[in-house]
Design a binder for this molecule. Structure first.
Ligand SMILES: [Zn+2]
Length: 240
């Protein structure tokens, strides 16, 4: 199968990569849903990560939202590894249609990838809802409790899709168009059974949906080819 998929990739010039949680964990990112972390968060905050990162929490209990967000989310920023360097090299060779990120840690941008749709937002984009001035992660981390705009004193917000908020239709439409245009889609550490991912991959017309995943998931049956194990190692086997 490896030889077949390497040949498919060699003949592809409109590749879409779709990055999920598995691809950030290998870069030192934190999986808030891993059972030990999930349990310690529930114990400490008496809520699960979804509830803590919800629109309701942000609008009515900002102090707790930011306590959680600063301590548990943006204190653990991952750095791009070779997986992201390989995607960048595909872009440099002119064979990239787009990277569609379902993560919030901006690893693709850090790796210099330009053809990118961040459907879930990015921790690196924070803004004042009143004057729209933008602020970096360090500004948030150095604020004592809730970070405020230094000009109009409004509480800042991270540009993320919070639970309970509507998805950004424009971004999902862009992602769906890229999948429609793609000759090959390579999914890195995401669950193909999730409805958000199905929405975008549902527009793909080809038969080269390749999944790289650490472990088996229910949605894997939607893939045409699957490689289990370390994502970075499998990326190297396929591309290098
Ligand atoms: Zn402002």
């Amino acid at each position: 199968m490896l030889k077949t998929v390497r040949n498919i990739i060699r003949q592809s010039n409109k590749i879409v990569f779709l990055t999920g949680l598995g691809s950030i964990v290998e870069c030192g990112g934190r999986d808030l849903w891993a059972s030990d972390i999930f349990y310690s968060i529930e114990k400490k905050y008496h809520m699960c990560p979804e509830q803590l990162l919800s629109a309701g929490e942000f609008s009515s209990r900002k102090e707790r939202f930011y306590e959680f967000y600063k301590k548990e989310v943006i204190s653990y920023l991952p750095h791009p590894d070779e997986t992201y360097e390989i995607m960048k090299s595909v872009e440099e060779q002119g064979n990239l249609e787009s990277v569609i990120s379902f993560n919030i840690f901006g690893l693709e941008k850090l790796a210099g990838i330009e053809n990118l749709v961040e459907v879930a937002g990015s921790v690196y984009n924070n803004y004042c809802p009143k004057c729209l001035k933008t602020f970096d992660v360090d500004y948030l981390l150095s604020s004592r409790s809730i970070p405020y705009c230094d000009e109009c004193k409004k509480a800042l917000r991270p540009n993320l899709r919070l639970l309970g908020e509507r998805v950004d239709n424009d971004l999902y439409t862009q992602a769906a168009i890229h999948c429609f245009n793609a000759d090959t889609i390579i999914v890195l550490g995401a669950d193909l059974g999730s409805s958000k991912i199905q929405y975008v991959t549902g527009h793909y017309k080809g038969s080269n949906l390749i999944l790289l995943s650490k472990e088996e998931k229910y949605g894997d049956r939607f893939a045409d080819y699957t490689f289990y194990g370390n994502i970075k190692d499998n990326m190297k086997k396929l591309f290098v």
